[in-house]
Design a protein around this ligand. Sequence first.
Ligand code: NAG
Ligand code: NAG
Ligand code: NAG
Ligand code: NAG
Ligand code: NAG
Length: 609
Amino acid sequence: MVGPKRHFLPLLLLSLSILFFFSYYHSSLPHSPPSPNPKFTLLPQNSDSNPNFSFIIKVLTFNRLDSVARCLRSLAAANYLTDEVHLHVYVDHFALGDAPSNIDQKLQESHRILEFVDEFEWKFGSKLVHYRTANVGLQAQWLEAWWPNSDNEFTFVVEDDLEVSPLYYKFLTSLIVNYYYNASNYRPYIYGASLQRPRFVPGKHGNKLQMNDTTRLFLYQLVGTWGQLLFPKPWKEFRVWYDNHKAKGIKPFLDGMVTTGWYKKMGEKIWTPWFIKFIHTRGYFNIYTNFLQERALSVSHRDAGVNYGKTAGPDSHILYESSLDSDFWDMQPLSDLKWYDFCFREIFPDTVVESFDELGSVLNSVQKHDTVIIVSLFGVSELAIRNLFCHFERLNIWHYVLVGPESDFVFDLARRGYPVIGTNQFLKSVGAYKLMSLQDSHAEMIKAYVLRKCLESRYNAWVVDGNILPVSSDLFVESDPSYDFYIGKSSELFFASRSFAQKVDGDDFISKFATMASSLLVKRQSISFGFIMTKLLEQKGVKVKSLNETSFGLKIDYSNVNQSLGDGKQMVFWSSDTASDLVQKRLQELGIWIVNDDLSCKAVVCHQS
Ligand SMILES: *[C@@H]1O[C@H](CO)[C@@H](O)[C@H](O)[C@H]1NC(C)=O
Ligand SMILES: *[C@@H]1O[C@H](CO)[C@@H](O)[C@H](O)[C@H]1NC(C)=O
Ligand SMILES: *[C@@H]1O[C@H](CO)[C@@H](O)[C@H](O)[C@H]1NC(C)=O
Ligand SMILES: *[C@@H]1O[C@H](CO)[C@@H](O)[C@H](O)[C@H]1NC(C)=O
Ligand SMILES: *[C@@H]1O[C@H](CO)[C@@H](O)[C@H](O)[C@H]1NC(C)=O
């Protein structure tokens, strides 16, 4: 027989282990903050407070002499300490094949720019001028500006209508030292830093961004094109990703984003929709500043050009030494900074719960209306899991925690801000393995612990399997207050009311659950959490209400084709042994497969906050 190894223990041993459990459980609960998966704190090199890196300024210009002159002068007026800093200027060419009438004027314009750049003195390092032979536009100007030479080379990209503060370089190098070269602050999923004032929310029709006064530095997914520092590795990744997609004719569409509208209008003239799509897929972040009073270290004069039909004037006020607040140079630890997605919704990356105490604080932070959904990822395909989260996002459901096997995929979910319980670590930390006679009951045990903590914290709890897809947020609303428990037998949906909390003694509940799980699992290969709970509760004389799932759910299986959701359906579900490609096909037919093959949602859906 092929299958997981099982350990059968005599009942006597089992009850002994329950006794052990009590003494261990009560003595060993050290409090520590949730620890991130070590995989995600890898550093390109050791922590270094005086790292040796190279810094290149990339100026992108076209036909605006006054703009580029103002830009270069501001760059030359900045404080570069004693560092060597290189300047690369990319001069785009005007479009050939235009009516020849004003060719002479255009040639003259170009040559004046070249003359200016040639004569421009740059004393901080080398200067390089790249004059193009044809018009390539902003997309190629950005994308071809850099292929990093090493993991210790940084680029600051500046379009010609920008003006920078004399302090900008000191600030950026400080960011690099503190957030790239300091191991405790480094994250491979931070792709750079924007010096422009944070302005808009792309998932909310480009609405104005409301920033909290108390925040100086924060992380935000959106790229800021008015003064963007790029880190080498993510940029290389992006270039390769772009290649793969562009070559295959895949468009960077991301529904719900204002930038997708720009792309539909401007196409390959701009590059940001590509980068934004990449960032969305990978779940990466950018560092931003918030200096208040519309101040920034880099401002755009928004001169007439590709982005502005006519000149719109400076977007912010430049920060000078004289206007500095006392905490200007403070680089707070990364763990103190807030993270925001494309909806400007705060997210909490790297939440991996590994102990009972941590669990309490995570449940407190995710609960909504005193309810928590415990989502089980055991045995669910990665694409189906991602599709489920796309629906949670669409339905504005965030009050859940995930239990699942500790895989790279699950740690990546945590990294992206989904709260994960690290099953093995957690069970070890609470001493659960002493209690379990069967290794493969861990999937049910972890749910029992989380359920217990929910009830102790006076929260209602839903326990759902990843093989359920909610299509209405009404699914997770208590439907019959006259019962403390409901179960959906074929969907493995289970509900426990917080009003039952007083009647449950935590430790007793866990040990009885373990015994019940073991005795049931000995007889059967797999059983649902709800089934174990029902047996356990029946033993205590508690009634569990059976839900009639066909009245509010649609079951997918091999037999049915061309189903429709119909009115009043709140969920779709399937049994865990249904082939994942069949599930995908059926969900596609129903129009509720909203995930791309690369595991990213097809849309960004923002809600009122
Ligand atoms: C810094 O790196 C550059 C390029 O790799 C090298 O030429 C230079 O000697 C290094 N400087 C120090 C102080 O290590
Ligand atoms: C700023 O954040 C603090 C702490 O998170 C909060 O108490 C305060 O209400 C927020 N202020 C605004 C204007 O959002
Ligand atoms: C690295 O960052 C941490 C947190 O911000 C800080 O406490 C520590 O002093 C920094 N280390 C160095 C070498 O600067
Ligand atoms: C379940 O609900 C369906 C649809 O509402 C109904 O046809 C069926 O009779 C119900 N089954 C039971 C056992 O109540
Ligand atoms: C299902 O729907 C498709 C498209 O509407 C149709 O071509 C097909 O014949 C239908 N299949 C069945 C079994 O009804």
